[in-house]
Design a binder for this molecule. Structure first.
Ligand SMILES: Cc1cc2nc3c(=O)[nH]c(=O)nc-3n(C[C@H](O)[C@H](O)[C@H](O)COP(=O)(O)OP(=O)(O)OC[C@H]3O[C@@H](n4cnc5c(N)ncnc54)[C@H](O)[C@@H]3O)c2cc1C
Length: 221
């Protein structure tokens, strides 16, 4: 099912990530962590379907997407970055790769944080964030999506690691075996992993070796 929705607001979240607030059709539902295939409702773009994750609370009267813009080639996100309020997208049904199954560890790289934004916001709203822990890896401090909000929801349980900035104010360890052995106290909890393919492959391999069952989602191309 396809529905045309108007963009209501666009704002920058980081230097290369934008949030798009769009109309929510009556009766449209999704589960936190789910994505949809979006298209831009313009000739030449309407058949290009790319997956993006809902990042808003399920109860909002709008939908929100948090999208990393690749402006180095004329793909879909580059064109999304050129859109304006009032432009239209084609929305399709929500489908799920990841959902909250219980307390545990969220491990994200870059724009792989988006399903966790939806899950953590909804848990926070329900007062159910508990002792869930987030490890969020980025290249530089300025790449961290919604750093302040993640800190305010999770406090000390949000740990940012920065891999390519020597003067970062954050932890500078890579999320590797030593990191996971040091930081994970309970391997029987849930593990949610989302980010670029090589990162997800590496981390899920280590987690399995250490005795965990990872609910992995390979995310960025
Ligand atoms: C289930 C799911 C949910 C997702 N949710 C989100 C989300 O919420 N937010 C989000 O930001 N992303 C999300 N993604 C990833 C998103 O779908 C892709 O980043 C997006 O579709 C890329 O589209 P594109 O046409 O702009 O880039 P593509 O052409 O697909 O290129 C993507 C990558 O390849 C490189 N590349 C490709 N061709 C060239 C070229 N000619 N020159 C230079 N570089 C090139 C780009 O730099 C970039 O690294 C999700 C993916 C999945 C599978």
């Amino acid at each position: 099912m396809e529905q045309i929705v108007r963009i209501l607001d666009i704002h920058n979240v980081t230097h290369n990530v934008k949030q798009f607030i769009v109309e929510k059709p009556d009766g449209f539902t999704f589960t936190p962590g789910q994505a949809t295939e979006l298209s831009i409702n313009q000739p030449a773009w309407e058949n290009q379907k790319n997956p993006f994750t809902f990042t808003c609370l399920t109860g909002e009267h709008f939908l929100e997407f948090t999208i990393k813009i690749y402006s180095d080639h004329p793909g879909v996100t580059n064109h999304l970055g050129e859109l304006e309020v009032g432009d239209e997208l084609i929305l399709r049904e929500a489908w799920g790769a990841i959902e909250y199954k219980g307390p545990g560890y969220f491990i994200a790289g870059g724009a792989g944080i988006t399903p966790f934004i939806a899950i953590l916001r909804n848990l926070h709203q329900q007062g159910a964030i508990g002792d869930n822990k987030l490890f969020f890896s980025n290249k530089t401090d300025q790449d961290i999506i919604l750093a302040d909000e993640l800190k305010s929801m999770l406090g000390e349980n949000a740990l940012f690691t920065i891999t390519n900035q020597k003067d970062s104010v954050h932890d500078q360890r890579r999320i590797n075996e030593d990191f996971l052995k040091a930081e994970i106290k309970d391997f029987s909890k849930h593990f949610y992993v989302c980010g670029p393919d090589p990162m997800v492959q590496e981390i899920t391999g280590i987690l399995e070796k250490l005795g965990a069952k990872a609910d992995a989602l390979v995310f960025e191309k």
